[in-house]
Design a protein around this ligand. Sequence first.
Ligand code: ATR
Length: 275
Amino acid sequence: MQRYAIIGHPVSHSDSPRLHHAAFAAANLDCRYEPIDIDPTELREGIASLKASGIAGFNVTIPHKEAILPLLDRVDDTVRAVGAANTVVHRDGILTGHNTDIHGFRALIAPFETAVNGGAVGVLGAGGASRAVLHVLTTSFTARRIVVLNRTTERAEQIAAAFSSPGVPVVPESLFQDDLQGLVGDLDVIINTTSVGMKPYTDASPLEDVKFRKNQIVVDLIYTPAETVLLRGAREAGATVAGGLEMFLQQAAESFRLWTGKELDMRKVWEGMGG
Ligand code: ATR
């Protein structure tokens, strides 16, 4: 039996173990997939012990997507471009990092292509997930401008500098500023990549007192819960909203393909599990 896992801190919110279990069963593969909580201070030892255990592959989630890079033997071009990995394949004693979040985010944002192209786009957060989002936005779309809003301004500045280009300027901003309402009010598309509002802290929103308006599009990468406080407020204001389920399913499909060589319809697997 081959073993797979998801590492994170926390990791208990993740539906990846349930989804991949169902996927392995659907593909008639005798494999296990378990959640493993690794504290950020113990990441090096954690990866060494996973490797020694002969694990076949694993997913990487909050907050390890960037920190894991120096601990891998190889990374593919997507990881090099994004600066973060969410999937690792262990083959012939080599750990190779991949980024399948970009496949997931491409699927999630595809219905909103017209609004993104030529529009003002706000990205909340400056971590690994934000890097995947910015990679897709700056390579597959032509936004008029992108604003990165983050709690820690230095991280917003670093990520903006990494992805900004003369064609699509990426501007850093603080999530804690006097005119947050004015800034967000000028955006056409708002994308939350932070973990604020995710289970179990579902009462929180990264834009607590901000009012949305009709013809704004608000996308949340969080899929647990299906509708975050951020999305509920936006929907009630008449904005178009999308939760992170499509991204979750499509990044999982691509991870599964990298591990097993098999293409699976993860939406079908998810619906077969009862969601
Ligand atoms: P991931 O790799 O999944 O993106 P990460 O690298 O830990 O995870 O990034 C998490 C993001 O959520 C960061 O932008 C973080 O803000 P900081 O850069 O200031 O740490 C943001 N975040 C997490 N908790 C937050 C909170 N309570 N309020 C605002 N932002 C928060």
